[in-house]
Design a protein around this ligand. Structure first.
Ligand SMILES: [Ca+2]
Ligand SMILES: [Ca+2]
Length: 441
């Protein structure tokens, strides 16, 4: 039924298509009828490729559209994102998915799946590259690779807490339970190198939330002692990943003292005062059994708390985070009467959409929706022709398809509802055009 409606709408849009050539849907951002009609805030669209009128070539009837959406008239110039990763000992456990993609799913021998003695007692993942820490690192990598280094600075903090093996307490009162791996930088490649280093060092120690939050806050806020240089009008975001509950700085590492959580919440209040938002991600059953600390640090900073039942799901969860306040991007091809279903919106508002096209002239509408409900449309006309794929291009397309791993498929399933809303919205956008077109004729 919906498909029929869409076809019907699109059929009528061909009239509108001719009409809008006369300039109803101006090419300027925020000029679309829906954007002007009900804008609580404002959202702007910049299409970086293809250029208007350009000739696009591809082996498949599919054109790649890249751009950026920015919410708010006085929106931030850019983003400072501090990744805060839990490297405590428990992150050595198998996360339940094939993180390294070698075809073997690492399992925790302590879960009773193997005969006693089959694995040494200190092995927590039969595939050493499928641990919770590996899932965190893969999530961080995937996130970083999707961010625009011109607009987003990224830094890396890890936290744990060295334990005195005889007492179970901290080794020394002045010890640092968090480490600044990379100050905020546009050199995203340096983050990838640092993440490799984190994996080489491996999981260790207890879980000191407060230390991680304090160090990340110092850097994001440019407090004294910070190594990161301050940036003007950058929105400050902390992405805090943990598989546990705070066990340090108070008392023993194997005991959750009330002060462990109180210290974390106090640290988050300082973040809040410094204009930093904490988005927390609690991975796995341990973290979710008692998620109070992870929810509190997000709540006091007006950030989001994301429960991630399967730790490997953090890859998709981190990718789905939205710090640009851009809720959704929709793309419809007026010429082929199809709506793009393959739209990747990055947390910084940049996006890539693959829209179905036909050979010749194509008119495409791109719609951006901000978190506060503001919308804008932009249209783009380009020429499309089929080309024989060269080997490099074939490899690139294959690599892209392979990247859509099991993880992404799960994400797509979970995303089904959102996609339906997107589709409905684009149908509405097209419908408005039809009505606007008819009125003017
Ligand atoms: Ca594996
Ligand atoms: Ca404790």
């Amino acid at each position: 039924m919906r498909a029929f409606l869409l076809i019907a709408l699109l059929a009528s849009v061909s009239i509108t298509a001719a009409f809008s050539d006369t300039g109803t849907l101006g090419a300027s951002p925020a000029a679309g009828p829906t954007g002007a009609a009900k804008s609580p805030g404002r959202v702007e669209l910049t299409i970086s490729s293809p250029a208007p009128g350009a000739r696009v070539e591809s082996k498949m009837h599919m054109a790649e559209i890249r751009g950026t959406a920015t919410a708010g008239a006085d929106g931030p110039r850019g983003f400072d994102v501090m990744l805060v990763l839990d490297v405590s000992r428990s992150t050595q456990t198998a996360c339940g998915a094939d993180v390294d993609g070698d075809g073997e799913i690492g399992e925790d021998p302590h879960q009773g799946l193997y005969a006693p003695g089959e694995f040494p007692d200190d092995v927590y993942s039969t595939d050493p590259e499928d641990t919770v820490l590996h899932a965190e690192v893969l999530a961080a990598r995937t996130l970083i690779e999707g961010l625009d280094s011109k607009r987003v600075r990224v830094g890396l903090v890890t936290f744990s807490g060295e334990v005195d093996p005889t007492t179970g307490l901290r080794r020394a009162p002045e010890q640092h339970d968090a480490e600044l791996r990379v100050p905020l930088t546009r050199d995203h490649a340096s983050l990838l190198t640092a993440l490799d280093e984190v994996l080489r060092e491996g999981p260790h120690g207890a879980t000191n939330f407060a230390a991680g939050i304090r160090l990340a806050t110092q850097e994001l806020a440019g407090m004294s002692g910070a190594q990161s240089r301050p940036a003007d009008r950058h929105k400050k975001v902390m992405l805090f990943l943990t598989d546990g509950i705070p066990s340090f700085p108070a008392g023993r590492a194997d005991t959750q003292d009330p002060e462990d959580m109180a210290a974390a919440v106090r640290a988050a209040r300082v973040s809040q005062a410094a204009g930093i938002r904490i988005n927390s991600f609690a991975l796995g059953t341990d973290a979710l059994a008692r998620p109070k600390a992870a929810t509190e640090i997000a709540a006091v900073t007006l950030g989001t708390f994301t429960p991630v039942i399967e730790p490997a799901g953090v890859v998709a969860a981190l990718q789905a985070v939205n710090f640009a306040n851009v809720e959704d991007i929709g793309v419809a091809n007026v010429t082929t009467q199809e709506v793009a279903t393959d739209v990747h919106l990055n947390p910084d508002g940049s996006f890539i959409a693959f829209v179905p096209v036909k050979v010749g002239r194509n008119k495409v509408i791109i719609n951006a929706l901000s978190s506060d409900g503001a919308e804008t449309n932009q249209e783009l006309v380009f020429e499309f022709s089929i080309k024989e794929a060269e080997d490099a291009e074939k490899r690139r397309q294959l690599a892209r398809l392979r990247k859509m791993s099991d993880e992404m498929e799960r994400y797509l399933l979970a995303d089904e509802m959102k996609r339906k809303r997107n589709r409905d919205r684009m149908e509405r956008v097209l419908d408005i055009q039809v009505r606007e077109g008819n009125r003017s004729q």
